[in-house]
Ligand binder design. Sequence first.
Ligand code: SDX
Length: 382
Amino acid sequence: MADDLRKGLEGVLVAESGLSSIDGDAGRLIYRGYSIETLAENASYEEVLYLLWHGELPTVDELEAFTASLNDERAVSDDVLATMERLADAGEEPMAALRTAVSMFSATEPEVDADHEDLEATLRKGRRITAKIPTALAAFERYRLGEAPVDPHPELGLAANFLYMLSGEEPDDVAAETFDQALILHADHGLNASTFAAMVIGSTMADIYGAVTGGVAALSGPLHGGANQDVMEVLIEIDESGKDPLEWVEEATASGRRIPGFGHRVYDVKDPRAKILQRRSEELAETGNSKWYDITTTIETYLSEEKGLVEKGIAPNVDFYSGSVYYQLGIPIDTYTPIFAMSRAGGWIAHVLEYQEDNRLIRPRARYTGPEGKEFVPLEKR
Ligand code: SDX
C-alpha cells in the first residue's frame, strides 16, 4: 500500500476515462479525440453532449431525435417554480437555488425507482436533469426581477432557449452562437473537483440526482466554478475605483491579493478555453463596450509579463474571459457559475455513467495523526 500522501489528490490517477484529456504543459484539451477548438468552432452544445454521453458525434437523425428528447423534458413542476419564487424572494444565491432545484427534479422523475445499476435509465434521468436546469435557473432569475418565468421556446436549442427564457426575447445570432460556444467550452474537463464529487457519489451507486446535486455544490466554491463571477466583480471594482487598471492591479498584487481567473491545478500555461473566450470577448467588444475587454487584457499582460506569473506556471484559466463575455451578453453576474453548472452537468453525468460501467467504490485513506490510548474520564470528573 503506497504511503505517499498527496494533499488534494494532486497528480493522483484514480480512474481511466475516454471522455476528455488535458495537456497542462501544452495547453491542450480534447473531448473524445476532438480538440476543443474544433468542437467550439464547428459543433453545437447538443452535439457535444451527445458525443460525451454516446461516444461519437451524432448523425443528422440522431441529433434531431436527441434534441427532441431534451426539448420534451424542459418543463419543470409547479413545485419547482414555487420554490424558485420563494428562494428568489428570500434572496437566495443562484447556485444554492440551482442545487435545490436539481434535488427537487427527482420528485417528478418517472423512473425514480429504476435500478441504479440500469445505466440506460440513469442516462434518461441525466437527460431530464440537463433539460430542466436551464428552465429552473431562468425562472429563478425572472422571479428575482419580479417577473413571471418565460416558457421554453419550442424551436430554440438549449443555449439560445436559455437566453430567451432569461430575457423574454429571442437572442441575436451572435449572442446565441457565443453562448452555445461557451457551453461547449465548459462541458467537461477531466476529474476537476465537481466532476470528482459527482463520481464519488455515483460510485456508491446513489442516484444521478444526488451526483449532480453534489456537483453543483462543489462547483459553487470560489476556487472552482465561482471564479468567473469573481473575475467580473474585480473588473467592475477596477472600473468604479477610477484608477488606471494597471495602478489597481499593481496595488492589489502588492497587497498579496489573488486575482481570480488566474492559476490552475493542471494547466501551467494559458487555458485553451480562455483563448477562445478571449476572441469572443474581443468580438463582442468591437460592437459593444470595449472597456471590459480592455481591462481584462491589461490585467493579463501585467500579471503574465510584469509579475512573471506565467513563468511560474500561473496563467489565465477558463474563468478569466468568461466574465466579460457573459457581461456583454447581458447575463446577471451571479448567474455565471450556475451557467457553468448548466454546461458541466453534461460532463458530470458522462463521468458517472462511464465510471459506473466498471464501478469501484471511491474510498481513499487518511494517515491518522491523533492520540492513542486515551483514558476515559467520566463527565462529572472532567
Ligand atoms: C476552474 O480543475 C479544473 O479543471 C477546474 C476548471 C474546470 O473546467 O473544471 O478548469 C475550472 O475551476 C478554474 C480555476 C478557477 N479558480 C480560480 O481562478 C481561483 C484562482 N486560482 C487559484 O486559487 C488556484 O490557482 C487554483 C485553486 C485554481 C489551483 O490551485 P492549486 O493548484 O492548489 O495551486 P495553488 O493555489 O497552490 O497556487 C500555486 C501557486 C501559489 O504560489 P505559492 O503560494 O506556492 O507561492 O500559484 C499562486 C499561489 O499563490 N497562485 C496565484 C493565483 N493562483 C495561484 N497567484 C496569484 N493569483 C492567482 N490567481
